[in-house]
Design a protein around this ligand. Structure first.
Ligand code: HEM
Ligand code: HEM
Length: 177
């Protein structure tokens, strides 16, 4: 298996970026949902102690992933043609855009509110109402949009695997020698 992608399949580094991000996004969606409408501040602090580092890891992975694609690797050939190829490209680009919107709005929320002191350094200052800060809006809307796109993305992967049988899933999974 090669580190870089070939025309036929994704390389090990691209696969690692993809699946590490996928697992982290699952964790972020679950922890995000657990915080939604939560009244218990102590519990919200505990959840944020997981949510924020996981979100920062996704930011680092996404920046490294974009750099990897631009400077080192090139995409495998498209499996689809016509409108399906356009939809796949647009869908993937939208997922990247949302990864940046979500992580950067999260960082901005924490920075503007100063909540880091309370979440990570044991400050007695109560948690702020994040709704008072503008980046809360793209963070909330973006999370819903991302969930919808990820569901579509998974549906497309299953459709490729089950009905088109073109190996879309196999080429982003480690090869069985
Ligand atoms: C791709 C990355 C991320 C995803 C998918 C994500 C997802 C979510 C979701 C689903 C919620 C609940 C939203 C709602 O109920 O309307 C949430 C809330 C929150 N997220 Fe993230 N998040 C990400 C990254 C980050 C980062 C990097 C930070 C901080 C550095 C962060 C800080 C927060 C905070 C402070 C809240 C609570 C807001 C509140 O209680 O009103 N998130 N996130
Ligand atoms: C269980 C969850 C997931 C499954 C089954 C899945 C499946 C796949 C498959 C089969 C491909 C390869 C498409 C091709 O052959 O060209 C792919 C690529 C891709 N996926 Fe996912 N995916 C999942 C989660 C995610 C998540 C959470 C994101 C981002 C939020 C994401 C973003 C992408 C992107 C951007 C690509 C294009 C390749 C790249 O730039 O790395 N995927 N996915």
């Amino acid at each position: 298996m090669s580190l870089k992608s070939t025309q036929a399949r994704y390389g090990t580094i691209a696969m690692a970026f993809h699946w590490l991000t996928a697992i982290a996004i699952l964790g972020l969606m679950v922890t995000g949902q657990l915080m939604d409408g939560l009244q218990d501040a102590a519990r919200q602090i505990t959840i944020l102690q997981w949510h924020v580092p996981l979100g920062l890891a996704v930011l680092a992975l996404t920046l490294a992933r974009i750099g990897w694609w631009i400077f080192a690797d090139s995409y495998p050939a498209h499996l689809s043609t016509g409108w399906q190829a356009v939809a796949a490209k647009a869908g993937h680009a939208a997922l990247y855009a949302l990864l940046l919107v979500m992580t950067l709005s999260g960082v901005a929320m924490m920075a503007l509110s100063g909540a880091g002191e309370t979440v990570f350094f044991g400050s007695a200052t109560p948690l702020p109402d994040f709704g008072d800060y503008l980046p809360r809006i793209p963070h909330g809307l973006g999370s819903k949009l991302m969930l919808a796109l990820v569901v579509l993305h998974i549906a497309a992967a299953i459709w490729h695997q089950r009905f088109k049988r073109d190996g879309a899933m196999t080429r982003i999974l480690p090869a069985r020698e």
